[in-house]
Design a protein around this ligand. Sequence first.
Ligand SMILES: [Zn+2]
Length: 221
Amino acid sequence: MLVRRRSLGPGPGGAPLAAQLAAALFYATDRGWPVLPGAYLDHGRCSCRSPRCPEPGAHPGDEVAHTAASRSADVLRAWWSRRPYTVLLATGFEFDVLDAPAPAGYAALRELAHVGFASGPVVHLPSDRLLFLVRPGARDVYWYTIDHNDAAHLDVRHHGLGHVVPAPAGPRPGGPEPRWAVAPDPSDRRLPEAVDLLGTLVRSCQHAAARATHVREEVSG
Ligand SMILES: [Zn+2]
């Protein structure tokens, strides 16, 4: 009988563990961002094996508790020596995240650049959303802005304590990878306040929604 052993090596397709470990170490030790290993893609399927996985390769891995996010280089080396985990960042500690559809997010970035405002690091997810890293504690500002602008329908989300987000970590085997739309500045670790960014982001989403409505009316009219 042929027994297939589960590989403990670099993983399916020779996954670039070194790139993922290097990215995890940079986030944890250079930035101080708590990191945890996420499920990974194996021939296009999520390692959690659920046929209905809502976020393939973008949720915490089965072997590591959600609460175990770490900044320890030794812990990270041990994790990434086992599997080609994706790199996840725990939000709510060193930063919160504002999460918006990419077209509206890029429009907001252009508007912010136009007035000379530094956005801080921004991740572009394969699901075509942008993640804006902001200072932690953005929850109240988020809800105030969403309520104040009647913007609950605009699909701007907030990630704080208890959430994780995927982080860029080089090419992933079997799937598109998150990448930096705005990379972390090597010499500047400051993050913007949510209050300075959220209004612009909500306005961009409102404009995008108005344009979509206009197009729908033209098509149906
Ligand atoms: Zn999964």
